[in-house]
Design a binder for this molecule. Structure first.
Ligand code: DX5
Ligand code: ZN
Length: 218
């Protein structure tokens, strides 16, 4: 299913009101809920451990998309799967054994995604394209919401869609997605758009115009 899906990132939500924030984005048509896990080591920020993700789970009626920005990864996969992740995405830069990591994610019963930082060439994931449900192209350097979209991501999306060919693999764009940048990556072949600061501001969903018709505006 290549219809464009919006996955709001709760990194930009009100941290004291996750239940209400998740309800608000889903009421407005969010397709997935994107959970940014940061370890203060792979990226210079800290967010949610497995108990927090487990607490989000009953509030997420759609699909819980867990983006692991942690290193090492493998030791934590089962914990995030047990916390209720539907999909777990791990970075190719997070360790030397992405192939093993992706096998472990699927063995834990989750859909598997591989994430690529802005400075990492697509060749780094060429040999795992047959074992993923999604490639996440980072269009900011991971760690924080609200950064500016890195334009080389548009061409990278186009090349990745060619590499994927007829495989059933989503391309998710993460970072700096706005109503201005979204059409560029969708045209290039992306079909899942993460949006943090474009959706949440001041701790609430305050830009309903970003959603609208199945959130197609983004
Ligand atoms: C960045 C995170 C993103 C981020 C997106 O490290 O992976 O998911 O929250 O936020 P915006 O949409 O504000 O760039
Ligand atoms: Zn993310």
């Amino acid at each position: 299913d290549r219809s464009v899906k919006i996955a709001p990132s709760i990194l930009s939500a009100d941290f004291a009101n996750f239940g209400a924030e998740i309800r608000a984005i889903e009421d407005q048509g969010a397709d997935w809920v994107h959970v940014d896990v940061m370890d203060g080591h792979f990226v210079p920020n800290l967010t949610f451990g497995p108990p927090a993700v487990k607490a989000f789970r009953p509030h997420v009626k759609t699909f819980m998309d867990v983006h692991l920005m942690i290193s090492p990864v493998d030791a934590y996969i089962d914990a995030y799967a047990e916390a209720g992740a539907d999909m777990i995405s791990a970075h190719v830069e997070a360790g030397p054994h992405i192939h093993r990591t992706l096998q472990a994610i699927r063995a834990a019963g989750c859909k598997a995604g591989v994430c690529v930082n802005p400075g990492t060439p697509l060749e780094a994931i060429e040999y795992v394209l047959d074992m993923v449900d999604m490639v996440v192209l980072m269009t900011v350097n991971p760690g924080f919401g609200g950064q500016k979209f890195i334009m080389s991501g548009v061409e990278k999306t186009r090349r990745l869609r060619q590499m994927i060919g007829d495989r059933e693999v989503h391309i998710q764009i993460d970072g700096g997605v706005t109503p201005e940048t979204a059409p560029l990556v969708v045209e290039a072949g992306a079909d899942v758009l993460v949006a943090g600061s474009a959706v949440f501001k001041g701790g609430s969903v305050d830009k309903p115009e970003v959603y609208g018709q199945n959130m197609q505006a983004i």
